[in-house]
Write a protein that binds this ligand. Sequence first.
Ligand code: ADP
Length: 192
Amino acid sequence: MLNIVLFGPPGAGKGTQSEKIIEKYHLTHLSTGDLFRKHLGEGTDLGKLARKYMDEGRLVPDEVVIGMVEDKINSTADTNGFIFDGFPRTVAQAEALDAMMTKNNLRISGMIALDVAEEILKERIRERGKTSGRADDQDEAKIATRIKVYLDETLPVAAYYEKQGKFTKINGVGSIEGIFDNISKVMDGYSS
Ligand code: ADP
């Protein structure tokens, strides 16, 4: 099994590249942002709880996120592996993910980080806001909060995987295909 953490700031292109990775490697996509938006759309209690954090660009509390991810892993049978997108976003989430993996006799193959400069990120998110319908894509203050939260709380997760020798950074600026080729080269170097 290949279990990949796709990492990067908001607007780095994780969703776009995830789709291509899933198609080529037949992995199960586990995007915490997508799962929360699904709950929001269905009006579940979890969705209502998450909304107030998401709309402000703040992180949903760790225990809520971790519980949701654990449910998704436990309810997925017969997979070639997972691509984690937007998770783990804190060191506590990374530790919880390692514990879940160990419990299921699995391991994280590696983290692939998409590197994009802050000004380009803001531009991409503003563009996406015109069509995404996401409140957090349409407000300068919320965009700035998300980038700040990324730098303060999420960036340490890269160091967590670097310490385990599992970290690779890729340039996230360029053509979608070109970036995907570079991701594929890293993926093909992982032993399953
Ligand atoms: P983006 O990468 O564009 O910021 P996501 O779709 O990954 O968007 O996440 C949207 C929002 O959902 C985040 O701003 C946050 O409020 C919440 N969220 C998603 N994943 C997590 C997570 N792992 N931990 C805490 N909050 C999360």
